[in-house]
Write a protein that binds this ligand. Sequence first.
Ligand SMILES: NC(=O)c1ccc[n+]([C@@H]2O[C@H](COP(=O)([O-])OP(=O)(O)OC[C@H]3O[C@@H](n4cnc5c(N)ncnc54)[C@H](O)[C@@H]3O)[C@@H](O)[C@H]2O)c1
Length: 262
Amino acid sequence: MELADKHIVVTGGAGGIGRALLRRFAAEGAGALVVADRELEPARKIAAEIDGLAVDLDAGSEDSVRELIATATAANGPIDIFISNAGVPGAMGGPEADEAAWDEAWRVNVMAHVWAARVLVGEMQARGEGYLINTASAAGLLTQVSSLIYSVTKHAAVSLAEWMAIEYADAGVRVSCICPQGVRTPMLDLAMEEPAGAAALTAGGLIEPEDVAEAVVAGIRDERFLILPHENVKGFMALKGADPERWLKGMRRLVREARASG
Ligand SMILES: NC(=O)c1ccc[n+]([C@@H]2O[C@H](COP(=O)([O-])OP(=O)(O)OC[C@H]3O[C@@H](n4cnc5c(N)ncnc54)[C@H](O)[C@@H]3O)[C@@H](O)[C@H]2O)c1
């Protein structure tokens, strides 16, 4: 899909990857841009910069996601591309993380994508076109060793996108899933506190949000399902698929060595 003149909504658009996507879409000549975020002031700032619309969103609430879609549609007509990008890191560690952290991550990292699709898929199918893009993570294809919550919810996000990409393609609804490894944004700070998390995240080198935007623009043009801003992720996926035992051994070694030296 070409980006020129398109109506594009980006959640989590006030900072990090979302803001870089919006800036890049503006440069590519998008027709109408909507910045949705729970941080309204920074959202307003980026909206003013790109001549877009800022909308207050809690991605963890179905009502709020529905309201965003209604507001964007009333302002600019049908949404061509909806990027469900807002995400939370959850908590570090394993199953002991408290219920509130699990609940928030399920809502924001998974259910927000479901709620957007619940409203948009029918309308896009009726029009015979539309594009749903979810930001998951390489953690959803491989794992995030420092955080069980993040790994589990991002796996669910990839699974949801895969399911929709199979189910809705014949009706003209495109689906892509963005799966970066380490990107220099505020979200990275928490994972970098733990030596094994930092080692896994930096394995493919840290990139900038603008590099993700570059990969996303190319992915949208090609209508490619899996958008991998880090080339090495494909290799790790191949290794995991071909020999899961060897992949697990390698991951255990990485964790052991990082914790011993960190
Ligand atoms: N930074 C990385 O290394 C990395 C790697 C892989 C995937 N990701 C994913 O990329 C996406 C963007 O993350 P980022 O790195 O730009 O992080 P970030 O923290 O810089 O930006 C996240 C944005 O989402 C917003 N947000 C969070 N919860 C929200 C909610 N409930 N409602 C509305 N807005 C909310 C925040 O206010 C912020 O503007 C996330 O889904 C994240 O999981 C990030």
